[in-house]
Write a protein that binds this ligand. Structure first.
Ligand code: GLY
Length: 469
């Protein structure tokens, strides 16, 4: 077996899933070098060398890469921050190690305005109506208020407010969910506008799906559609989070989508990719997952909610453990420009996240639980890991925002641990995921109980039927 070394830049459970996929390679013996946000117990165990860089700053990542350069064949970067800050450009320049992620210039999530303008040029039919509000264009609050209200007249108030800069979903406000009056909307708008440009887009009614593709700069090796649930609470209620759980079906499209919906998504993604890369001096600048598109399926076809230039978290966890191809070969394909296709097993997967009481607005809803003494207790993952005796490879437990300290693991502030269930149906996969989630004790962690529930999926199907009628 060929021996190789891989540097993984890691934030949470998404990268634990990457580490897992690399270390399970059937064709290579992989020595792992992990630059991590915290002492993730999974990564610490799997890595030959593990370093904690809490802010994932590119300079420190480069130093770690440089120190281990002779042993590293390539690097892969999962999280958004180092990609936006130029991890690829700097690691490649300073060390010569090839890196899987887009170059800084093409990490287009850095500006939602830039994204909308790009999509307007290439795929206007998939772009919701939007208006850009920049502080430099207005003399004061009354003037911008007048302009915002005029735009709300045109949208009949059905609006979504989005800061231009990435805020991990937290700056986004939706009419009817986060505010019900123009005054509330304007207050939310101003809380972002004081820091910079804000977009107000039309709110679109439909069902969401995530589109991702691995990319070698020449091809999009498309992955099955997944559904992420971003809202904190059951029934898609509460504030937006990074994503509380996600699922994929046996087929490439989701139960509420038609095969034609999926074809439409692919056509839009291909069109964007072709036009976008045609203008690039070297298309390999966009290797990795440059198009992770959140689509809304509407009465009028798919619309783009946003794009990110990295794998979705949790959505990529629905895919990596069920790749038919060796993930190392997939990585080499991305580096060599020879990856036109990726094979994924025909199974369903469901990922549920467990999170701390301080996450996603729970603290406001259940203040007493937040103060529970259990909060400071270690999180015990052992019973969840032990379920592999029952489920084999159909269960995967991926720690994220959790830290190894004195031989025990303690929850940090973000999504603590994800449990993936794999099955021949969504229901089967969900049962496995929830059994794993229930086995995790300590830390006063909580989770949504309805990720991929039959009732939730039926609701999405009915909603799409209603829209299409
Ligand atoms: N699942 C949401 C995200 O990765 O941005």
């Amino acid at each position: 077996m060929e021996k190789i070394g891989v540097l993984v830049v890691s934030y949470g459970a998404r990268e634990a899933a990457m580490v897992d996929a690399l270390s399970r390679s059937p064709n290579y013996k992989v020595k792992l070098y992990v630059a991590d946000k915290q002492r993730n117990p999974f990564n610490v165990e799997k890595a030959a060398k593990h370093v904690v860089i809490p802010d994932l700053n590119v300079e420190a990542i480069c130093q770690f890469a440089e120190a281990n350069k002779p042993n590293i064949d390539f690097a892969i970067v999962g999280p958004e921050k180092p990609i936006i800050e130029g991890a690829r450009d700097q690691i490649e320049k300073q060390t010569g190690i090839p890196v899987i992620c887009p170059k800084q210039e093409y990490a287009i999530e850095v500006s939602k305005v830039q994204q909308r303008l790009l999509f307007d040029e290439i795929a206007p039919e998939a772009n919701p109506r939007f208006k850009v509000f920049s502080p430099k264009d207005y003399a004061g609050t009354p003037e911008v208020k007048q302009a915002v209200y005029r735009w709300l007249d045109e949208l009949d108030n059905q609006a979504v407010v989005k800061p231009d800069r990435p805020t991990a979903g937290k700056g986004v406000g939706v009419w009817g969910d986060h505010f019900n009056t123009r005054e509330q909307l304007f207050e939310h708008f101003m809380s972002n506008f004081q820091y910079g440009t804000v977009l107000i887009e039309e709110k679109i009614d439909g069902e969401e799906s995530s589109f991702m593709a691995f990319c070698d700069g020449k091809h999009l090796a498309v992955l099955p559609s997944t559904r992420d649930h971003k809202r904190a609470f059951d029934d898609d209620k509460g504030p937006n989070t990074g994503g509380m759980g996600s699922y994929k079906d046996v087929e490439d499209h989701l139960p509420f989508m038609t095969a034609a919906d999926r074809e439409n998504e692919l056509a839009i993604a291909q069109k964007i990719f072709q036009h976008w890369t045609a203008k690039m001096p070297a298309p390999s600048a966009v290797r990795g997952v440059p198009l992770y598109l959140a689509f809304m399926h509407t009465r009028g076809g798919p619309k783009i909610l946003e794009n990110n230039s990295r794998p979705g978290d949790p959505e990529i966890i629905n895919i990596l453990p069920v790749l038919k191809d060796d993930f190392v070969d997939v990585c080499y394909g991305m580096l060599e420009g020879s990856l036109s296709h990726v094979e994924v097993k025909k199974v369903a997967t469901v990922l549920t996240y467990k999170v701390p009481p301080s996450y996603g607005g729970y603290a406001q809803v259940y203040p007493r639980k937040v103060n529970s003494p259990e909060m400071d207790t270690p999180v015990d993952l052992s019973a969840a890991y032990a379920l592999s005796a029952k489920f084999g490879d159909r269960i995967r437990v991926y720690p994220g925002s959790i830290e190894l300290r004195d031989g025990k693991t303690y929850a940090l502030k973000s999504r603590v641990v994800g449990v993936l269930g794999v099955g021949d149906s969504i229901e089967e996969a969900r049962t496995v995921s929830l059994e794993g989630i229930d086995a995790i004790k300590g830390g006063a962690l909580w989770n949504r109980s309805d990720i991929a529930s039959a009732q939730g999926i039926q609701k999405s199907i009915q909603h799409m039927r209603q829209l299409r009628a």
